[in-house]
Design a protein around this ligand. Structure first.
Ligand code: GTP
Ligand code: MG
Length: 560
């Protein structure tokens, strides 16, 4: 048989393609075919993020990403690949064409597959002799046969349009059920998570040209449990395994000639590393387009779109505090299911209300918003989650972690954490969240999840949220007074709306109005908060009266 798989060629593409690719992220579609991958694996509540990542990265190392044809015959495709070894999992998805993720049982199978791949020669494109695990299926004669990859065997996992979501949620039995359904509809799927780790692993193959023992790990919402389909892929280039960061004393014997040229600070080293890797990704990264090196940011990064997955990627190095924050958020999300549901719902609500945005600016970030929810949960009576200081006090010697002088220690053994008995429902918590932040003394107080108590503000920023590990920093320094006022106003409006829009009862005689927005679904309609008037120094909130009145009028009319 002639060589049938090709290593992906270089694509030289400009910003126009990046924009198109980013638009595609929102319409990312995964088609899940075959029963062996159909079931979402059970989450093991006791696994640390570290353990989950190790397992996922190992899966990714044994996987390949194949660009194929929507008319490819699935059975023959699998039969062909099986000649290289046992396939553990596979699935197909759509993003700039049809792709397959195939996980082999052993790494040797990937090597065997490479033996029959060719680098295609095409006159107008430059070639690079680099065999990536992003492959293209060509001329296998598997097209246009029965049992192709279309039709009933596939199912879509796109985020459904907001209007449809509102309608679906309106049909739920309770507000708790609405919150659970919203999370299920928008959270990352098993396949999407696998793809995220695979993209990290493909990137690692490129970085390994310079740093053979490096790893690239996802962090942020891709792994903290609060990620929504379409969220960016934050990646961390980990070189600690090579530099032996913890090795303090010079040992006798041989030492490496270890030098960094023209760099006099750790930040400068990070910038140099990212310059080199960024250039490599730009020049030779299959499927990586629109590469930008943003090296002067507080946290230097390389940003690009990975076309075959549809992910917007941010690659950072030496960002271990962010990795620790991710671990902390993950731990909180695993402690009590209400944490994840509430954070997820507040993040979706904030996005629907334009409180957060995918573009950086003066608005509240998802990270800050998450910390605000955690703080609120620490303030319940009794508290639903412990403070960071309490988690630090439970830590064992192996948990000790000091990064650049910051104490990032907290317990990793979930069984040591004793939770108090709080039985509040999701509905109560969401309503109380809006109440809490409608009246919070933002002017004077800082939000502090280390202590679980508000503290006097150390500086004048409109919103002050103490960074849980770099405690002198404010994670919401970017937020201006207008955005904070808007957040407060939308909390007030939502608190009011949710009280007014209880589930219509069947006895109210609803006719053909089973899907009128109520509860959570009414909170996802765009807010009309506009008039925030300042009289002297006092803020006065004016309800988005017309829209709300109309909404209530229509509900009342339909109920009569
Ligand atoms: P989305 O990408 O918006 O879905 O959420 P995210 O949690 O991934 O946020 P983002 O991509 O902005 O940041 C990724 C991770 O970096 C966060 O989860 C945090 O762990 C960390 N991070 C973000 N902003 C800050 C900050 O201001 N200070 C610190 N210390 N860490 C931050
Ligand atoms: Mg992110």
């Amino acid at each position: 048989m002639a060589s049938s798989l090709a290593v992906c060629r270089l694509h030289m593409m400009g910003r126009g393609n990046l924009v198109k690719c980013l638009q595609k992220v929102d319409t990312f579609l995964i088609r899940n075919i075959g029963t062996n991958v159909a079931l979402q694996e059970e989450r093991d509540g006791c696994k640390s993020l570290y353990a989950v990542q190790a397992e996922r990265l190992d899966q990714a190392e044994r996987s390949v990403l194949i660009s194929c044809n929507s008319r490819t015959n699935e059975k023959k495709f699998l039969k062909f690949l099986s000649t290289h070894g046992n396939i553990k999992k596979y699935f197909f998805y759509e993003s700039y064409g049809t792709h397959a993720v195939v996980e082999f049982a052993n790494r040797e199978s990937v090597a065997s597959l490479f033996e029959i791949t060719t680098i295609p020669s095409i006159s107008h494109e430059s070639l690079v002799p680099f065999k990536s695990r992003l492959l293209t299926l060509r001329n296998l004669g598997l097209d246009n046969l029965p049992n192709q990859l279309s039709g009933q065997q596939s199912h879509s996992q796109t985020t459904i349009p907001i209007n449809q979501l509102i309608q679906n949620l309106s049909g739920e039995e309770s507000m708790d059920q609405q919150i659970i359904s919203l999370t299920k509809a928008f959270q990352l799927t098993e396949e999407n998570s696998r793809l995220r780790f695979l993209v990290c692993s493909l990137l690692k193959d490129i970085a390994a040209a310079f740093f053979p023992e490096c790893t690239i790990k996802p962090f942020g919402s891709s792994v903290n449990g609060f990620g929504k389909l379409g969220c960016d892929l934050d990646m961390f280039l980990d070189l600690d395994g090579i530099s032996g960061r913890d090795t303090k004393l010079l040992k006798l014997g041989m030492s490496l000639e270890y030098q960094m040229k023209m760099a006099n600070s750790e930040r400068a080293v990070t910038q140099s590393i990212l310059t080199v890797i960024g250039e490599c990704v730009d020049q030779f990264g299959p499927g990586c387009v629109g590469v930008q090196k943003i090296l002067n940011a507080r946290c230097p990064l390389v940003r690009f779109a990975h076309q075959p997955s549809g992910f917007q990627c941010d690659l950072t190095a030496n960002n271990r505090v962010a990795m620790k924050s991710t671990e902390l958020l993950y731990l909180y999300g695993e402690l009590d299911p209400r944490v994840r549901y509430l954070v997820f719902t507040v993040r979706c609500w904030a996005r629907a209300q334009g409180i957060t945005s995918s573009i950086p600016g003066a608005w509240i970030s998802n990270f800050s918003l998450t910390v605000m929810v955690l703080f609120f949960l620490q303030k319940r009576s009794p508290p639903i989650i412990p403070t960071v200081d309490q988690l630090r006090d439970l830590a064992g010697p192996a948990d000790k972690s000091v990064i650049e002088g910051n104490d990032c220690t907290f317990v990793s053994d979930f069984s040591k954490i004793q939770l108090q008995s709080n039985t509040e429902t999701l509905e109560q918590l969401l309503c109380e969240f809006f109440e809490f932040y409608s009246t919070f003394a933002f002017k004077r107080m800082s939000i502090n999840i280390r202590k679980g108590k508000e503290q006097n503000k150390p500086e004048v920023s409109p919103l002050h949220i103490q960074n849980p590990f770099e405690t002198t920093l404010n994670i919401s320094k970017n937020v201006n007074a207008t955005q904070l006022d808007r957040f407060v106003a939308v909390c007030q409006e939502s608190s009011w709306l949710v009280q007014q829009n209880k589930k219509p009862t069947p006895s109210a005689g609803i006719k053909g109005n089973a899907f009128a927005p109520w509860g959570l679904s009414s909170l996802l309609l765009p807010s009309q908060v506009e008039g925030i008037k300042r009289k002297g120094k006092k803020r006065k909130w004016e309800p988005a009266s017309d829209r709300i009145k109309n909404l209530l009028e229509s509900l009342k009319n339909k109920n009569q």
